[in-house]
Design a protein around this ligand. Structure first.
Ligand code: PXP
Length: 244
């Protein structure tokens, strides 16, 4: 069975845009869990553009499934993880100017490998399993093993951006080869980024896939599937008022 972790960052994006109390990420997480999601994923960014420290603390208290904290391997984030103790941490690269995480960790360079290894050791010391968000490259999967990560999350962005047909098939083949390598290395396999209702089916071909992290498409879908009810509720308030 593939576990679905819902990334709720964009609930916080909408809230922060207006500085309101709603929509509340804690409520969103609860609804995802009630619908059957196996986990809640949040990315605490250095600039706190969506999820905030307060959200992390509250979600740690309320999430009943798996709380997956995505973060950069900085000393600030490592200290937060050690204090909050999420159920797992996914280490991701982070650039301030990017709209969303643009690629996997630059795990090929010895310097990055060294600092990731130290981060994994610290997180393990705090009892937290670690996933590494990497590009679907055999060398990167092997590097994740040497870093002693528990899991790899294969970046599916190139697959999602590729046109259907041969370009997408080529990207799927890359993911397949990386998935097989992860299995050979004894790493738990996850995947995510850019997956939506039209391209997620390809993930079913990945051998040994245990977890998907999906955010933007689910939150975007919820906005549209919930719009009819939201308009009717507002009309209901207006009409009730008129009748008084
Ligand atoms: N996995 C990782 C490591 C991510 O950084 C993100 C985006 O925060 C996702 C999965 C989810 O991507 P999307 O919002 O495109 O579904």
């Amino acid at each position: 069975m593939i576990r679905l972790h819902v990334n709720i960052d964009h609930i916080a994006t909408i809230r922060n845009q207006r500085g309101t109390r709603y929509p509340e990420p804690v409520v969103a997480a609860g609804l995802c869990e009630l619908a059957g999601a196996h986990g809640i994923t949040i990315h605490l960014r250095e600039d706190r553009r969506h999820i905030t420290d307060r959200d992390v603390d509250l979600l740690r208290q309320t999430v009943q499934t798996t709380l997956n904290l995505e973060m950069a391997a900085t000393s600030e984030m490592l200290a937060i993880a050690a204090r909050v103790k999420p159920d797992m941490v996914t280490l991701v690269p982070e650039k301030r100017e990017e709209k969303t995480t643009e690629g996997g960790l630059a795990i090929g360079t010895p310097q990055v490998r060294r600092s990731l290894k130290a981060a994994v050791k610290k997180l393990h010391g705090a009892g937290i399993p670690v996933s590494l968000f990497i590009d679907p490259e055999l060398a990167d999967v092997r590097a994740a093993e040497t870093i002693e990560a528990d899991q790899v999350e294969l970046h599916t962005g190139d697959y999602c951006n590729a046109l259907p047909g041969p370009p997408r098939d080529r990207e799927l083949a890359r993911l397949l080869a990386a998935a097989e390598e992860a299995d050979a290395c004894g790493l738990i396999l996850a995947a995510g980024h850019g997956l939506d209702y039209t391209n997620v089916q390809g993930m079913l071909h990945l051998p040994g896939l245990k977890e998907l992290n999906i955010g933007h498409a689910i939150i975007s879908r919820a906005v549209l599937t919930g719009l009819d009810e939201a308009v009717r509720e507002m009309l209901g308030l207006l009409w009730d008022f008129e009748e008084e």
